[in-house]
Design a protein around this ligand. Structure first.
Ligand code: GLC
Ligand code: GLC
Length: 633
């Protein structure tokens, strides 16, 4: 059993071992192996150190990579080549994402396939189907407890159908996205069962402790994620032992300190890649590495592991992208984003601060975030969303808030109260998620329309839905639509009567496809019709506006705390985005536009504006002003 030592000796060893199993490396694979093995080797050394048997573990990873490449379908190899020629394809203004549950939105995978004409009508280029793998009966955290990564939930279809759907989506210009739930498996996964039974080779797949000694020590510094389900980070097994379980008691955290776990998950990852998945949403990235005396979130090894998975991909499925799901402090969110780690990432800060601005009618925190926290490394992109299938947590930085004289703690309390409808005169109809009486923490659940005031019948509700999406569509990155929100779907309170859902209030915002709302989507006399027509107008304008590609954003000082402003530069032109979160119109004086030629046009309405008269923005209004900077002299 070897340790890792000399790079070139190890490179030869791993290649020879893999070739003995699966025959000679083909030319493309060999070239990528030579290019990426050194980085992977270095990462393994950093993560696992001098451990005996590490060389063999790495050799097995390479063997899995080679087998996977040999089996990779020809059309996916062609995709690999096309993406290599256009590596920043996902930063285009043409990108538009959609997300849904296959069962709730379309009944099954076949049903999703039948929706492709509609997706094309919307202009989707990316479709995230939420977990569709085999998982326990009853409560399974919406599929986020996976019992087998190689089997589709039989209620949805089969793996062959997933492959066929992926092919159909790609043919329609839509990149298939699924979750890679790699922090934990369900307690019914065969690895979990074997681990609990002490089967050789699986003892160290999860983190099991004989008594409370270490769990108590760890829990001094970890945070409770789902306190409604169980306190702390561990649950007790029937035999008295304790197992690490960050989320629900039926989701057990994998032990990445064991290289065999990396090898096993790399195999599952490449299997999914070969089904035609183009983007893997890396679930719960912050939690994958544990260390006593730390919060066990966003530790350096978590990044090294993601980078190592990424290197494996570059060798065996090079066109795949990783999307980070790190719903944490903004300083930490950014650390996951780089070409060598996660190329794209949710933008939870912009999401939360959009809601913050709507509640407070104050755009300053959001503006500050766009100025100071929006920049990204080249070759990466944000995924900008208005809401997801998860709760909204107020993940802004306390220091940022303090710079504006806002007390973070009190502000979070206000926002929670506001969005769950405890604030007199508020417009929102949301429900609390995981209120923790010990810490006072809570998060918020609700659909976009319900949170924005449509459900309550607030006058500004419709406009706020549009405003929030207009920001997600214009700040830079891939905008991601929660399907059904484009017709203003409302909260589904009936989850309280469904036993598997009653204990998790996020189901309030995961309604079934709102058929009635879709039926009237062309009818402007209905709320759904107006929202649909206004949003589809935004989608259309965005894809025709090259200034919206990429991520470059220039500050625009509005001098009005209610009005958010920023610029997206193009070649000789700019789009000035102005959004008024107030309940009253706002007038920006002509001085604000001194750097531009007076002739401008609002791309959303198509109306011409003469900037020498200043710009008036209606209550909850948004403008995408196309302007021309004055040339010097
Ligand atoms: C992610 C998912 C969330 C799930 C959790 C545990 O955060 O988005 O829905 O509950 O992971 O898998
Ligand atoms: C998921 C959960 C959220 C939790 C987060 C932690 O997004 O829904 O409640 O805070 O994961 O990463």
């Amino acid at each position: 059993m070897g340790t890792l030592s000399n790079l070139y000796a190890d490179l030869d060893y791993c290649r020879t071992a893999a070739e003995a199993k699966s025959g000679p490396f083909d030319g493309d694979f060999a070239a990528r192996y030579e290019e990426h093995f050194p980085t992977l080797h270095g990462l393994f050394q950093q993560i696992y150190g001098e451990r005996e048997g590490l060389l063999e573990a790495l050799a097995e990873v390479i063997a899995v990579a080679q087998e996977s490449w040999n089996e990779r379908p020809r059309d996916l190899k062609e995709l690999d080549a096309a993406r290599a020629a256009d590596p920043t394809w996902f930063t285009s203004e043409k990108m538009l994402g959609g997300v849904c549950y296959a069962d709730r939105y379309a009944g099954s995978l076949a049903g999703v396939g039948n929706q492709i004409p509609y997706f094309t009508e919307l202009g989707l280029t990316y479709l995230h189907l939420m977990p569709l793998f085999k998982s326990p009966e009853g409560d399974n955290d919406g599929g986020y407890a996976v019992s087998s990564y190689r089997e589709v939930d039989p209620k949805l279809g089969t793996m062959a159908e997933l492959r066929a759907l992926a092919t159909k989506l790609r043919a329609a210009g839509i990149s298939p996205v699924v979750d890679f739930i790699f922090n934990h498996t369900s307690s019914e996964h065969e690895w979990a069962q074997k681990c609990v039974a002490g089967e050789p080779g699986f003892e160290d797949f999860y983190l099991i402790f004989p008594d409370r000694e270490l769990p108590d020590q760890y829990e001094r510094t970890t945070r409770e994620i789902f306190p409604d389900d169980h306190p702390g980070s561990f649950i007790q097994l029937p035999d008295g032992r304790w197992i690490w379980s960050t989320f629900y008691h039926f989701q057990w955290d994998l032990n990445y300190a064991n290289p065999a776990v990396f090898r096993a998950m790399a195999g599952e990852m490449l299997f999914l890649a070969n089904q035609g998945i183009e983007i893997l949403r890396m679930d719960a990235v912050a939690f994958i590495w544990k260390k006593l005396g730390t919060p066990c979130e966003s530790l350096p090894e978590a990044h090294l592991l993601l980078q190592a998975f990424n290197e494996v991909l570059r060798i065996a499925a090079p066109s795949l992208l990783f999307k980070s799901e790190a719903i944490v402090h903004p300083d930490e969110v950014i650390e996951y984003i780089s070409p060598g780690e996660c190329q794209i990432s949710y933008n939870p800060l912009q999401m939360a601060l959009t809601w913050e601005a709507l509640a407070t009618r104050d755009a300053r925190l959001l503006n500050q975030a766009l100025v100071h926290r929006h920049a990204l490394p080249p070759g990466t992109a944000w995924v900008n969303y208005v809401r997801s299938h998860d709760d909204i947590g107020w993940t802004f930085s306390d220091e940022d808030a303090m710079a504006l004289g806002i007390d973070g703690h009190a502000h979070r309390r206000f926002l929670n109260d506001f969005y769950v409808g405890r604030f007199a005169g508020g417009f929102a109809r949301g429900v609390p998620f995981q209120e923790n009486p010990k810490t006072g923490d809570a998060r918020v659940a609700g659909t976009t329309a319900s949170l924005a005031g449509v459900e309550k019948g607030d006058d500004g509700g419709e406009d706020r839905v549009i405003l929030a999406h207009a920001l997600a569509l214009s700040t830079g990155g891939i905008p991601l639509l929660y399907l059904g929100d484009e017709v203003g779907q409302l909260n589904d309170y009936y989850y309280r009567n469904r036993p598997a859902e009653a204990g998790d209030s996020r189901w309030v915002h995961r309604p079934f496809r709102p058929d009635g709302a879709y039926a009237v989507r062309e009818d402007p006399r209905t709320m759904s019709g107006r929202i649909f027509q206004r949003l589809t107008r935004l989608f259309e304008v965005r894809r025709e506006t090259p200034e919206f590609a990429g991520n470059e954003l220039i500050e625009f000082v509005t001098n009005n705390g209610h009005v958010l402003g920023f610029q997206r530069p193009g070649e000789g032109t700019r789009i000035v985005v102005l959004a008024n979160v107030d309940d009253h119109p706002a007038l920006l004086s002509t001085h604000r536009f001194a750097g531009f030629e007076p002739d401008a046009v609002d791309l959303i309405s198509g109306e011409a504006h003469d900037l020498s008269g200043g710009v008036n923005i209606p209550a909850h209004g948004v403008l995408w002003l196309k302007v021309t900077p004055r040339t010097a002299g």
